[in-house]
Design a protein around this ligand. Structure first.
Ligand code: FAD
Length: 500
């Protein structure tokens, strides 16, 4: 990945004139925001970590993740959170060495997978440390084993998702984990953030796929998961799943795998978001359950059709349904007011499903503010939560000027509830980072007030800690600190991330 933008520059998106016109006419976007040359602080001296690289180019590449705040900050020329160097161990034992050396010299260690964090999970607090080292896991890049009989595969943590899929596909298997960050995110990153892929209804969330894992901690190695299920006390794997590098460094992950099967996508139109919600709830609760099930609200359906990203749903709301052979929810979707739109919308969604981050770069370049956030709640609260978060975003970003575009879709469904995924586009103010922080605070408060979770799949990072503390309460917070003390006794792992 290049610095402060997504992917290979050769794949960059050029905004079509229809989108540029829409930005000016609908949002008052005034013009391009050229990126400044980033300036790095001189690095603090670091001890001899395995595979250490202190070049400015490498430090810059490890300066934060892929939230819009990270991108805007980097493009403004200020890089406050660049590490002093990057260690690139090649084995589990070398990861242990990094942690030992860091403890001896009081250096903060930030584990790096694919660097796609959108919650500030890679911007460690520097205060109180002699320096910050990024622990780049790309050297741990092997498929360790594949057990065809048990249908499990063990990967080292730094294996990028496309490589894992390629290795499994060659053996007739798939992991079935396709988040929008698929191109760059890693197996270890998925475990560390409890990621959720677009086909989660069919394959489960990543934390449900994990059978076992190995981690290097400040107190030594921990190996977890020796049976398909177990009643041997609390499930300690859950302490590392979602721990975002604050407790230990995941070095190996054993996942369940499934035989490779094709998915067939179709589009459906519903007269309203509420009508579509009833339909997707019916499938989630009573089946037949597709592997991919997404429902856009009116705004998202309209904007995607207007910008050519997807088909028109005749003024209603577009649902994308992806099924394996043998699953056909058509009758139920019709029963709930759905109109079939055929394969074209499904094909268009499948073809464009990893393009959004490239589009965000083009929007930021053009002077628009573009970002996403997500939550999840129970079905009975979904309509109220949907409206409360949307209203908070519209009110804050529209304050005293042109209203923003706020779009939403249901991205993941469960028997008991679903996630809501918002995308906003507005004109950038003079200080777009402060502008987004204000909107994000209002949305986070609305999520919290409506009883929903602050994050369904992006994680806590730096950005969600305050709401997370409210969510788990003081006893929960003290449990987290006790685990931190046990696994990271020298307090060097990802300071400022996750723990309130
Ligand atoms: C455009 C875009 C789309 C996205 N779409 C989705 C989506 O559809 N679903 C979804 O779930 N998420 C999504 N995300 C969020 C992000 O991709 C996930 O959080 C992903 O799981 C992070 O993996 P990574 O390898 O990039 O980890 P990183 O971003 O490198 O790290 C994430 C956090 O985990 C820690 N960490 C990383 N590797 C390890 C390790 N081996 N051991 C311990 N700690 C570690 C890091 O310190 C950091 O705090 C998206 C992000 C972007 C930018």
């Amino acid at each position: 990945m290049t610095t402060f933008r997504w992917g290979d520059p050769a794949d960059a998106v050029t905004l079509p004139s229809s989108v540029r016109d829409l930005l000016t006419a609908a949002l008052g976007v005034t013009g391009p925001r050229p990126a400044a040359e980033p300036v790095l602080d001189p690095p603090a001296p670091l001890p001899d970590f395995p595979g250490l690289d202190v070049t400015a180019e490498t430090r810059l590449r490890h300066a934060g993740g892929m939230s819009t705040e990270d991108l805007l900050t980097g493009r403004s020329g200020t890089v406050p959170d660049a590490p002093d160097g990057v260690a690139r161990p090649a084995t589990h034992d070398e990861v242990l060495d990094v942690l030992r050396i860091a403890a001896e010299h009081r250096i903060a260690v930030v584990p790096h997978g694919g660097r796609t964090s959108v919650v500030g999970g890679l911007r460690a607090v520097r205060n109180g440390y002699a320096g910050v080292v990024a622990l780049d896991l790309s050297g741990l890049d092997r498929l360790v084993s594949l057990d065809r009989t048990s249908r499990t595969a063990t990967f080292e943590a730094g294996v990028p998702a496309p490589r894992a899929e390629e290795l499994l596909n060659a053996e007739g298997f798939t992991l079935g984990h396709f988040p929008q960050s698929f191109e760059f995110a890693t197996i270890g990153g998925f475990a560390a953030t409890r990621s959720s892929g677009q086909a989660s209804a069919g394959f489960g969330r990543f934390d449900q796929m994990v059978v076992g894992l190995r981690a290097a901690t400040g107190a030594g190695t921990i190996d977890l998961g020796r049976a398909p299920q177990s009643a041997a006390g609390p499930d300690l794997r859950q302490l590392l799943l979602g721990s975002e590098g604050a407790f230990g460094v995941v070095t190996e992950v054993t996942v369940r795998i499934r035989p490779l099967r094709e998915l067939h996508y179709t589009g459906w139109s519903f007269p309203s978001f509420e009508a579509g919600m009833r339909a997707v709830r019916a499938l989630a609760q009573d089946g037949p359950l597709p592997a991919v099930l997404r429902l856009s609200d009116e705004a998202e359906t309209m904007i995607n059709a207007a910008t050519g990203s997807s088909s028109d749903a005749g003024g209603g709301c577009l649902a994308i349904v992806g099924c394996f052979d043998g699953t056909d929810p058509s009758d139920r979707l019709r029963e709930f007011g759905g109109e079939p739109l055929g394969e074209a919308p499904g094909k268009a969604w499948e073809a464009g499903r990893f393009r959004a981050p490239y589009l965000r770069d083009a929007l930021l370049d053009a002077g628009a503010l573009a970002e996403t956030l997500e939550t999840a709640t129970f079905w009975d609260r979904l309509p109220q939560t949907y409206a409360a978060v949307r209203d908070a975003l519209v009110t804050t970003l529209g304050d005293g000027g042109t209203p923003p575009i706020v779009m939403c879709h249901i991205s993941h469904v469960y028997e008991t509830g679903a996630s809501l995924y918002y995308t906003v586009v507005a004109a950038q103010s003079e200080d777009p980072v402060a502008q987004w922080r204000a909107a994000k605070t209002a949305a986070g408060d609305a999520i919290s007030a409506s009883g929903a979770t602050i994050t369904h799949h992006h994680g806590v990072g730096r950005d969600h800690r305050a709401w997370y503390a409210t969510e788990i309460g003081p006893v929960g917070v003290s449990v987290l600190h006790a685990v931190k003390q046990a696994m990271d006794p020298h307090n060097v792992l990802n300071p400022g991330i996750l723990l309130p």
